[in-house]
Design a protein around this ligand. Structure first.
Ligand SMILES: CC(C)(COP(=O)(O)OP(=O)(O)OC[C@H]1O[C@@H](n2cnc3c(N)ncnc32)[C@H](O)[C@@H]1OP(=O)(O)O)[C@@H](O)C(=O)NCCC(=O)NCCS
Length: 164
């Protein structure tokens, strides 16, 4: 496998470039996603959100946001994007793993996201109980996935997903 661009924490000065990468990856539909309801009025977590850097350019990102599931604190992963020319080399998976490791290192116990179950199973994400967890807005509950960063953190998970 070819060498992947290094992944580091997103810095305040990266903000505009990361926004433009996300816009290119998702188009205007970006703001229509139900997960966006958890990001409005919220701020992504510096020290946990990550970017991939190739030369001077940012070619991938995974942002992390504070949320709650019921009364449990959790981190919402997304938007998550890789530049067109860098796709299908394993960078997406590496970004997810790096963001989750940064979250674990910062003491977070649980990551939640909306995404493809097959892809995120590669990073050990599992579907939530669709009858127990409530998302703000329409979502295919088979795509609501969690990863426990501490043993048992996802056990018996239930309640509404809210922003703090
Ligand atoms: C999703 C994305 C970040 C993956 O980046 P990447 O660097 O190509 O990811 P990896 O190289 O680690 O993995 C590639 C695999 O993911 C699969 N994949 C890509 N996009 C996918 C998607 N939306 N749903 C499911 N699987 C997807 C590819 O088919 C490939 O599968 P393979 O390994 O079986 O061939 C990138 O395609 C992207 O930015 N897409 C647009 C934004 C987006 O959809 N973000 C995810 C929202 S949850």
């Amino acid at each position: 496998m070819s060498k992947l661009p290094p992944i580091t924490l997103e810095q305040p000065e990266d903000f505009a470039v990361v926004e433009s990468l996300i816009d290119q990856a998702f188009g205007p539909g970006r703001y229509a996603k139900s997960a966006e309801r958890l990001r409005e009025g919220n701020s992504h977590l510096a020290g946990v959100s990550v970017v991939a850097r190739e030369g001077g350019a940012i070619v991938g990102c995974a942002r992390m946001w504070p949320v709650k599931v019921g009364d449990r604190p959790a981190v919402l992963l997304g938007p998550f994007a890789v530049a067109d020319e860098q796709r299908n080399k394993g960078l997406g998976l590496a970004l997810v793993q790096a963001a989750c490791k940064a979250a674990a290192d910062a003491g977070h116990a649980l990551v939640i996201l909306v995404g493809d179950a097959k892809f995120f199973a590669r990073a050990k994400f599992e579907p939530v109980d669709p009858k127990a967890v409530f998302f703000p807005g329409p979502v295919d509950m088979r795509r609501v996935l969690t990863l426990a960063l501490k043993p048992g953190a996802a056990d018996g998970l239930g309640g509404a997903v809210t922003r703090p």
